[in-house]
Ligand binder design. Structure first.
Ligand code: URA
Length: 211
């Protein structure tokens, strides 16, 4: 269980930025897989359930394909509040839109993800999309170069909460990057690749959990 004190500290850290709501990570201790997304959207901050909006429908298909249920896995994200921007649809009232979190917002909530990884000790960590990849590995390659390829690597944790400096862990983790489930909303052609990447994930889960 994450301490409420840590959560409150991180909620304070994100206060200066246009972000709203707070969604807790969900899942058991020692999950076979920890999925790391980007940030919740409007649906998620209203109902508190990660990946319950449009991207969530694709995410549910991922886990069903893997033969898993939400009870078997840990679901979290780089940022736990919804980053928004205002916009005005033609002829309508101004409204909030989701946007990608920036580096300061990611750093504001980094201690939460660090604590979740340390407390739940997942066998495999799956960053979904470029934000989660950057948060954990500190690089921004083209996703098609890294998705579906497992790596045994150290990961970044926020070492200095003032300067927002990260360091790499001494422990190594099995990481399998995949596309963010929302990616198919924009590029349907990714679907074939996504299922190849999930096949790879299935193999790793079977190998690591049958030890
Ligand atoms: N994207 C995320 O990263 N998390 C959610 O809960 C929804 C969309």
């Amino acid at each position: 269980m994450l301490s409420e004190q840590l959560i409150q500290q991180c909620q304070k850290r994100i206060e200066p930025y246009p972000c709203e709501g707070f969604v807790y990570g969900k899942g058991p201790q020692n999950p076979s897989v920890m999925f790391v997304g980007e940030a919740p959207g409007e649906t998620e901050i209203n109902n508190g359930i990660p990946f319950s909006g449009r991207a969530g429908q694709y995410f549910n298909q991922y886990i069903e394909y893997l033969g898993l249920s939400r009870n078997d896995i840990y679901i979290t994200s780089a940022v736990r509040s919804r980053p928004y921007k205002w916009g005005t649809p033609r002829g309508k009232e101004p409204r909030k839109y989701n946007r990608t979190p920036n580096q300061k917002e990611i750093a504001a909530h980094a201690p939460i993800l660090d604590a979740e990884i340390e407390l739940t000790r997942p066998s495999i960590i799956v960053p979904m999309g470029r934000i989660a990849y950057w948060r954990l590995l500190g690089k921004s390659p083209r996703m098609e170069k890294v998705t579906g390829i497992p790596v045994e690597t150290s990961i970044r944790y926020l070492d200095d909460w003032e300067s927002n400096a990260y360091r790499f862990s001494s422990k190594t983790y099995t990481i399998l990057p995949i596309y963010h489930p929302a990616a198919v909303l924009y590029r349907r052609s990714l679907e074939t690749d996504i299922y190849k990447h999930l096949d790879e994930l299935k193999k790793i889960i079977n190998r690591l959990t049958s030890k």
